[in-house]
Design a protein around this ligand. Structure first.
Ligand code: TMP
Length: 395
């Protein structure tokens, strides 16, 4: 039974950027209540009301995983690491987006699964076998029939999007070869608690995982975790290494240590989440106070990165064009549109980050270093970034 610890209020679909702002368009905008709960039986943190995946993952999906240099490099490194450690012959990625991971493999070696038709089209055109479907037992059966078992199933920022794990894990069991491995990574609840990054909660993140929760969830399946690691991706992610229960892999020492750290952090206790929820309320107040103060001094504030995360912040804190003039983002299909819920216009960094801007709120705070390096001119002429992670401040 999930018990609520945080209520982030009325929220839109984060991927629903609006083409225009008129009565007819805004009337059709879908909202739901975003509250987050903790299940003390399996230590899992999940949103209380799952949004129908078809509403989120469709042919209009805007996010392009390869739009950041940090992510391109990170996927290249993990692909290299996995090839070296497991020497897989046949591979598969669940949620291949625009192909940022699979590009590091031979086209004959890897299969892409991507339900968003617009993204599947990209990798298919590049010559990768791509199934534009949700990962399911049925699909796993079809793939195994055409190929032999899969030695490496990889997934990044996707498993946390799927409300029903049973289907995912059952399908993995169908797909994996005897000593095959399933490696997946998603934003880490331990980092969210530590960094006050409550904006990791949005419609797509049905769950935020810990080692404790995934261990519990797998305990009644024929899969086991044999390794796990924390990475810096997206401001703190967790990567799990999973295999069949009877496979050759043994639990690593670093995984045992991580389990111990999670217990020390209290990731198995409702109280930890309740305390976090109080800090989130404080973060909202501090951000509003800062923005009000800057506006009183006639400062121009914009936001950097039309991220899904910033949709949570803007809607929870009720921040619209009264504070943020516009959002800048490099993704061409976000430019010219309006942010979900608060309807802030989005433009390109070339047009938007001009001399009139005093402050830029880091909606894409998870790419802080990449952005600071890129925007040296903005900083040199006195422009400043604002962040809320781990606490609200001008950088
Ligand atoms: P994400 O945090 O969900 O990956 O989204 C990052 C967004 O920020 C994505 O829309 C691309 C955008 N972005 C920029 O506009 N400029 C940048 O330099 C970086 C790193 C990201």
């Amino acid at each position: 039974m999930k018990k609520i610890f945080l209520n982030l209020g009325r929220q839109p679909i984060t991927n629903s950027f609006l083409n225009k702002i008129d009565k007819k368009t805004t009337k059709k905008e879908f909202f739901y209540n975003l509250s987050i709960g903790f299940d003390k039986k399996n230590f899992l943190v999940s949103i209380m009301n799952y949004v129908n995946p078809k509403k989120m993952f469709n042919s209009k999906y805007a996010h392009r995983a390869s739009s950041s240099k940090t992510m391109r490099k990170s996927f290249q490194q993990i692909a290299f690491k996995l090839k070296k450690r497991f020497k897989p012959k046949k591979c598969l990625e669940i949620g291949s987006n625009d192909g940022v991971f699979i590009k590091n493999f031979n086209k004959k070696q890897i299969i892409a699964i991507e339900p968003c038709a617009n993204l599947a089209k990209i990798t298919r055109l590049e010559g990768f076998t791509t199934y534009s479907e949700f990962w399911s037992k049925q699909l796993a059966k079809k793939i195994v029939k055409l190929n032999c078992g899969i030695d490496l199933i990889y997934s990044a920022n996707t498993i946390s999007h799927i409300p029903n794990f049973k289907e995912v894990f059952d399908a993995v069991l169908i797909g994996l070869s005897k000593n095959g491995v399933f490696v997946f990574e998603d934003p880490y609840i331990g980092s969210v608690i530590q960094n006050n990054s409550y904006d990791q909660f949005y419609d797509e993140h049905a769950h935020l995982f810990s080692l404790l929760s995934i261990s519990k969830l797998l305990s009644n399946t024929n899969l086991k975790i044999f390794d796990a690691e924390i990475t810096q991706t997206h401001g703190g992610s967790i990567r799990f290494y999973i295999c069949r229960k009877n496979s050759k892999f043994r639990e690593t020492k670093s995984m045992k240590l991580l389990r111990f750290k999670e217990i020390q952090q209290g990731l198995n206790k409702f109280k930890t989440y309740k305390n976090f929820s109080n800090r989130v309320k404080g973060s909202k107040q501090n951000l509003l106070n800062l923005l009000k103060k800057l506006k009183k001094n006639d400062k121009k504030i914009i936001s950097y990165g039309a991220t899904y995360k910033s949709t949570t912040i803007f809607n929870y804190c009720n921040i619209g064009t009264d504070f943020i003039d516009y959002v800048i983002d490099t993704t061409p299909n976000k430019q010219g549109k309006f942010t979900p819920g608060k309807h802030i216009p989005i433009t390109s960094p070339e047009k938007g980050l001009n001399n009139s801007v005093d402050y830029a709120f880091l909606g894409a705070w998870n790419f802080k270093r990449e952005i600071e390096l890129k925007e040296k001119n903005f900083l040199r002429r006195g422009g400043k970034f604002i962040t809320h992670v781990p606490s609200v401040r001008i950088i």
